[in-house]
Design a protein around this ligand. Structure first.
Ligand SMILES: *Cc1c(COP(=O)(O)O)cnc(C)c1O
Length: 394
């Protein structure tokens, strides 16, 4: 049966995988081998010349990694996947492949911190220019396009403000300018958003988050349907060395099997929590794409198949109140990262976004009392009880 013909939940369990040919193992074997033996010199030569597509060395390709690549590519509705050591390795591979001296990037301003740092601090050393905009306003993306723009880079929903960017609109803007659109789909996972179908050229993930889902692996993925683009990204990663380890790939493959189950439960919890938080007297506002009060509620409904499991809310009383909540939760874990099976809570103004300084935070909409909550799969009543007792401490 072709997996393209099955539903998403089924594909999470089966895509890219078949019982092992040697012994019939139902779980994909972990090919924990750095190198692969050739039958003779001719076969070795054929593998290096590309006439034989068998494996030769794990930095260049590995059967366990390939199963994960087929799996996630299929879930994203793309043709080719490339698994990477971390999400940042996926992102730096995209940048190294498509950018160069004199080239320009238009990027969502509130992208993942290190992504912005690479563009602002590292790539400028090599003559790459970047402009950061509030991409939730498609016009600001359009206005930032220059003659030398080769890439539009978007993250939606944005972190931690949960602003939504119109992917289809950005694809058109990028393509009209002869540029490519790259989308970081980490916050949604392919379960909730499929950027390639909306016109993106490349979609990428930190699989550390929802795809693996168990807060025990760092990993990344690149997916495209463009063979030339994949060939170029594969060439770059083989040389630069951001390849995933096969054991890590196997763990992610196992995590992906429950992606649909996890996201469904976490999203249900998040929806209820967002609705109830909105009525809580200690809460100033709640931002969640599933609430009608979200400024881009309609766009979220159009572009995403569900509002996801990430909530931002503002507690009354600024940094001090935010910290009190952090210090008072018991069940929810005070930690950065997101998309795990367990609820994770963090306070951007004093943690992930502290180094930005108050002015830059205000400009990005990251207020002092903003709390980011990655809702997990625990029983809803337990999550609520824990958070409510923490809010009572303010
Ligand atoms: C975590 C994260 C990354 C970086 O991924 P790593 O696996 O930590 O390297 C990139 N983008 C987003 C949106 C993330 O949340």
């Amino acid at each position: 049966m072709k997996h393209a013909e099955v539903k998403f939940d089924t594909a999470c369990i089966h895509a890219g995988q078949a019982p092992d040919k040697l012994f019939g193992g139902v779980s994909v074997p972990i090919y924990q081998s750095s190198t692969f033996a050739f039958e003779d010199a001719d076969q070795g030569a054929a593998r290096f010349s590309g006439k034989d597509d068998g494996y030769k060395y794990t930095r260049i390709g590995n059967p366990t990694n390939a199963a994960l690549e087929r799996c996630v590519a299929e879930l994203e509705g793309g043709k080719f996947g490339l698994a990477t050591a971390t999400g940042m390795s996926a992102i730096s591979t995209v940048f190294m492949t498509f950018l160069g001296a004199g080239k320009h990037v238009v990027s969502t301003g509130s992208v993942y911190g290190p992504t912005r740092t690479i563009l602002e601090k590292e790539l400028t050393r090599f003559g790459v220019e970047s402009t950061f905009v509030d991409s939730s306003d498609a016009n600001s993306v359009k206005n930032a396009i220059k003659k030398n723009t080769v890439m539009v880079y978007v993250e939606t929903p944005a972190n931690p403000t949960l602003s939504i960017t119109d992917i289809a609109a950005c694809a058109k803007i990028a393509h009209d300018a002869g540029a490519i659109l790259v989308v970081d789909n980490t916050f949604c996972s392919p379960m909730l958003q499929k950027p390639l179908q909306l016109g993106a050229d490349i979609v990428l993930h930190s699989m550390t988050k929802f795809l693996n889902g168990h807060s025990d692996v760092v990993a990344g993925m690149l997916v495209t349907s463009n063979q030339e683009m994949m060939k170029n990204m594969h060439r770059v990663i083989c040389q630069m060395g951001g390849t995933i380890d096969p054991h890590q790939a196997w763990l992610v493959l196992r995590g992906v099997k429950t992606l649909a189950l996890r996201v469904k439960v976490a999203q249900e919890n998040a929806m209820k929590l967002a609705e109830e938080l909105e009525k809580h007297p200690k809460i100033e506002w709640v931002k969640y794409p599933g609430l009608r009060s979200h400024p881009q509620y309609e766009l979220a409904r159009k572009q995403m198949s569900g509002p996801g499991a990430m909530i931002s809310f503002e507690v009354k009383g600024g940094v001090k109140a935010g910290k009190t909540v952090m210090d008072s939760v018991g069940l929810s874990t005070l930690a950065v990262s997101l998309g795990g099976i367990e609820s994770l809570i963090q306070h951007p103004a004093s943690m992930t976004h502290a180094s930005m300084g108050p002015a830059a935070r205000a400009e990005a909409g990251i207020t002092d009392g903003l709390v980011r909550f990655s809702v997990g799969c625990e029983d809803y009543e337990d999550i609520k009880k824990d958070l409510w007792q923490a809010l009572d401490k303010i």
